[in-house]
Design a protein around this ligand. Structure first.
Ligand code: G
Ligand code: G
Ligand code: MN
Ligand code: NA
Length: 250
């Protein structure tokens, strides 16, 4: 496709960049980690959202070089921060099916010098649906290196809860749809409360994403949620802006 052709060029010609969005401790509102999000400034079409080009990258196989580029850039950026915050990177199921993912991650950590424990890999429930056994083997290999694994967009997928027991996740990120319904919908409050209780008993850190209002944030603080992320606390921003924010907070 046209977009595939353009994306191939983009990878070679510096049109991709990373945006950075902090995660905060609910208790203190201190930054705990930073998520890297890929951005594409297309030469004629302007900024294209990842929801448009990640699927193209997945179908064309370009997700492999793109994913490696994101990993390298994110790990390199993290080493420049004034404190050793963790860095979170989103990986597509297609990157797990590649087979060499643990080796690629090990190479990137080695080349950049980032300690494995500072890297958090975010996966979605989609990874667990097709080939759960294959995914589990790769996740175990990553965990052996010391990398942390977070389950992103939690609650929106169609897989069973059984995998929370089987998979060695470190963190679950409650999908923004539940967080954004907190004020209006007692059902959403009950679900978030239940996820937090489950996280505590399974020894999983719990992050709430998509926090846009003080009221949502207060709910999460009252429910003793570990971490929060969202436009209220910090939008995705450039590396330079992030550096200013981190310096001002350290
Ligand atoms: O950055 P934004 O909030 O627009 O993200 C939209 C979607 O794209 C999210 O689901 C996010 O996880 C995904 N995404 C952002 N950056 C990356 C990336 O580097 N790799 C993959 N696979 N997905 C990403
Ligand atoms: O799927 P994932 O959680 O990786 O997606 C991250 C996406 O969520 C990014 O596109 C980011 O811009 C978006 N995002 C981050 N915080 C908020 C928020 O508070 N509200 C909304 N609507 N989107 C958010
Ligand atoms: Mn994410
Ligand atoms: Na998410």
């Amino acid at each position: 496709s046209l977009l595939e052709h353009d994306l191939r060029l983009a990878l070679e010609s510096d049109q991709l960049s990373l945006a950075f969005q902090p995660l905060y401790a609910c208790g203190t509102r201190d930054v705990t980690a930073v998520e890297a999000l890929v951005r594409w400034q297309h030469p004629t079409r302007g900024a294209l959202p990842p929801t448009e080009f990640i699927p193209v990258a997945e179908e064309s196989g370009l997700i492999q070089p793109l994913g490696r580029w994101v990993l390298e850039r994110a790990c390199t950026a993290a080493l420049r921060w004034p404190r050793p915050y963790n860095v979170a990177v989103n990986l597509s199921p297609a990157q797990f099916r590649h087979g060499r993912l643990p080796e690629i991650v090990a190479e990137v950590l080695e080349r950049t010098g980032l300690p494995a424990g500072r890297l958090e890999i975010e996966v979605t429930e989609g990874l667990l649906i097709d080939d759960a056994d294959g995914a589990l083997a790769v996740i175990r290999a990553l965990k052996r290196q010391g990398v942390r694994i977070a389950l992103d967009d939690f609650g929106t997928g169609y897989s069973s809860l059984g995998y929370l027991r089987r998979f060695p996740f470190d963190k679950i990120k409650i999908d923004k749809s539940f967080v954004q319904a907190l004020e209006a919908d007692p059902g959403a409050r009950a679900i978030v409360d239940a996820i937090l209780a489950m996280g505590r008993s399974l020894n999983l850190q719990v992050t709430a994403e998509g926090v846009e209002t003080e009221q949502q944030f207060r709910f999460l603080q009252r429910l003793a949620c570990d971490e929060a992320q969202g436009f209220l606390l910090g939008r995705p921003m450039t590396a330079e802006r992030l550096q200013e924010l981190l310096l001002a907070n350290s």
